[in-house]
Design a protein around this ligand. Structure first.
Ligand code: HEM
Length: 238
């Protein structure tokens, strides 16, 4: 059973994640969007969106550090177990809390603002459910398990996670992890499988073209409306 949960299921989800993004780009390039609802409502979005996005960015960087960097490396550069634990719990809790509050505002907005609710698809709702569950379980891990428990996820969950990408499999480590860490990992994997079919694809878009594209020049039809006096050769009418 643990091989299915901690080896087969992750590989299936991660394969869907990769192949799904390729498929989506090939067949739905022009549907690759956040489907922004800013035009419908701005006041709640102005608070909810930055709170969520800055929070989740910090959470992501925390995961890169906590899951990606082996414990021996951080110890080698002088970050003791105690210091690491303190940083992870304090920064992680603030980031996690900001993310949860931001997401709560965004979900409240989706439900209560008529036009935003009308623009919400069934897939959006499924995605929000998985996203919220992963985030709340993550916060439970950080706050409850780290403060009240003694589980060092860098000796367990992190070794399992890195092993997936190095084909050095450790289902036993996840089978021995506390339930909230197991559920967090499983729901996160399921979210990765859903990802390519949702608005979350926007995470992999950046407006890089903006850096090099020519300006869009807005010209008045009436030469007298502008603030500058017409220059010979540039403005076609005197
Ligand atoms: C399989 C992939 C993942 C694994 C193995 C994993 C593992 C963990 C672990 C071990 C913690 C506890 C960190 C600590 O106590 O310092 C945690 C916290 C957290 N996780 Fe994940 N996670 C995964 C994916 C995700 C995803 C996809 C999201 C959100 C979309 C997420 C959101 C969070 C949040 C909000 C916290 C609490 C705040 C924080 O400490 O940064 N996780 N995760």
């Amino acid at each position: 059973m643990s091989a299915i949960l901690w080896v087969v299921f992750p590989y299936v989800c991660l394969t869907i994640f990769v192949v799904g993004h390729y498929w989506r780009y090939r067949y739905d390039k022009f549907g690759w969007t956040t489907r922004s609802s800013q035009l419908y409502e701005d006041r709640l979005l102005r608070w909810g969106s930055p709170l969520f996005h800055f929070g989740i960015l910090a959470v992501f960087l925390g995961h890169v550090m906590g899951l990606g960097i082996p414990k021996s490396w951080t110890e080698a550069v002088g970050i003791s177990e105690g210091l690491y634990h303190f940083l992870a719990v304090s920064i992680g809790a603030i980031a996690g809390f900001g993310t949860v509050v931001g997401l709560a505002i965004l979900i409240y907005r989706r439900r209560t603002v008529g036009p935003v609710f009308s623009a919400t698809t069934r897939m959006d709702k499924v995605m929000y459910l998985f996203l919220a569950t992963v985030i709340v379980l993550g916060l439970v891990n950080t706050v409850a398990a780290n403060i009240f428990g003694h589980y060092d996820y860098r000796d367990g969950v992190s070794v399992w996670f890195r092993g997936i990408f190095r084909f050095d499999l450790h289902p036993d480590l996840m089978a021995a992890a506390p339930l909230s860490f197991q559920l967090h990992g499983l729901v996160a994997m399921a979210l990765f499988a859903l990802w390519p079919f949702t608005r979350l694809v926007h995470v992999f878009s950046a407006p890089i073209g903006y850096l090099t594209r020519p300006y869009i020049v807005y010209r008045s039809r009436d030469a007298q409306v502008g603030t500058h006096s017409p220059r010979r050769g540039w403005d076609d009418r005197p």
